[in-house]
Design a protein around this ligand. Structure first.
Ligand code: SAM
Length: 355
């Protein structure tokens, strides 16, 4: 993610992801109200309720998500007339070590409602001590793979993704390689969280994806990635970058169907599924003709990945070219392409599980 708070930063360009946080609020409240057992709260070593946001980025959306959770837990204590046992809140903000934690820390709201800590590292592994976490949250981050499956960049594999930057519109083998990687990553995520959460601990996941059966290439997102891929190829023709650099660049994003999420959670076996529900589609609320917003969102997300692979030089040229092509594309105005959505998943860590 682009750090800081400049014009290309995630901070300034994450309204799309904010819509997912907002649309998950009501369900989060309802399920906390139904499922949080305040009479039997397992505090392990102090009267604190510990919440972690995995893949928090630099804000501000993480602060809204955390606020919603803290408020819902407080409301549950109040509704049960248990204010005297109201816990203190300890919130852990997690993202990769390269995340701009300075910007995050500078912007933590000074409400005094919770104590905050940063937890750097990959959420595909363990980040917190065993059985110390009460609530885990992760919004619009699970689709990031831990790595690009190696077949996708292997010239000798049927899954070699030559000339493309994503599995959208690619051979079936490419999608299969991405989905296999996602299955491994999601299982690692669930197993790590199951160890960190107390028995009965709760977890909200907001996952970007598509309704069952819908292919990413049928969506505006898939088309957008294909347009971006064609811009890389155009730039390669000018000699600024090489075709090999394009062939070895792939976006590490996989967008699961809800049925895939459900079956992977069941196979993992460490959580009870309390709810899986489609949320209001974020793209429908970003005005489709507001091109500048769409392009800035994409740049805030992809800018760092592109710089890492191609160096500092091409980002401006690339996104200028992308904007010119994108404006001509039918996906900008044709509502039939707006198929991407997000799914709300509410899980409860099983009371007895060998994690
Ligand atoms: C689209 S942003 C979403 C940020 C925030 N949750 C929100 O709703 O605005 C995805 C974030 O997930 C982080 N992320 C991706 N993979 C991760 C991993 N394995 N461990 C920790 N953070 C990760 C990225 O660095 C990025 O900041």
């Amino acid at each position: 993610m682009e750090g800081g708070d400049g014009p290309y930063s995630y901070t300034q360009n994450s309204e799309y992801q904010k819509q997912s946080v907002d649309s998950a609020k009501q369900l989060t409240n309802e399920l906390i109200d139904q499922l949080l057992d305040v009479g039997n709260h397992p505090y392990s070593f102090s009267n604190s309720y510990r919440v972690a946001d995995f893949g928090c980025s630099v804000g501000p959306n993480t602060f809204c998500a955390v606020h919603n959770i803290v408020e819902a837990v407080e409301n549950k204590y109040k509704s049960q007339k248990m204010e005297s046992r109201m816990p203190e809140f300890h919130v852990f903000f997690n993202d990769h070590v390269g995340n701009d934690f300075n910007t995050l820390f500078r912007n933590i709201p000074a409400t005094g409602r919770y104590f905050a800590a940063g937890v750097p590292g990959s959420f595909h592994g363990r980040l917190l001590p065993s059985s110390t976490l009460h609530f885990a949250h992760c919004s619009t981050a699970l689709h990031w793979l831990s790595k690009i499956p190696k077949e996708v960049t292997d010239k000798n594999s049927p899954a070699w993704n030559k000339g493309r930057i994503h599995y959208a519109g690619a051979a079936k083998e490419v999608k299969d390689a991405y989905s296999t990687q996602f299955a491994k990553d999601f299982d690692s995520f669930l197993s790590a969280r199951a160890q960190e959460l107390v028995p009965g601990g709760l977890m909200v996941l907001v996952s970007l994806g598509f309704p069952d059966g819908v292919q990413v290439c049928e969506s505006s997102m898939g088309e957008n990635f294909n347009i971006l891929g064609s811009c890389f190829l155009d730039i390669a023709k000018t000699g600024i970058i090489t075709q090999e650099m394009v062939d070895s660049f792939n976006l590490p994003f996989y967008y699961p169907w809800p049925s895939e999420l459900k079956s992977l959670i069941e196979v993992n076996g460490l959580f009870e599924i309390k709810k899986i529900e489609k949320l209001v589609s974020p793209t429908r609320q970003v005005k489709p003709d507001d091109l500048a917003v769409c392009v800035l969102h994409l740049r805030a997300i992809l800018g760092e990945l592109i710089k890492e692979h191609f160096g500092e030089g091409i980002t401006d040229i690339l996104f200028k070219r992308h904007t010119n092509k994108y404006v001509e594309s039918p996906v900008v105005s044709d509502g039939r392409y707006f198929k991407e959505t997000s799914y709300f998943v509410f899980l409860k860590r099983k009371m007895n599980c060998a994690s």
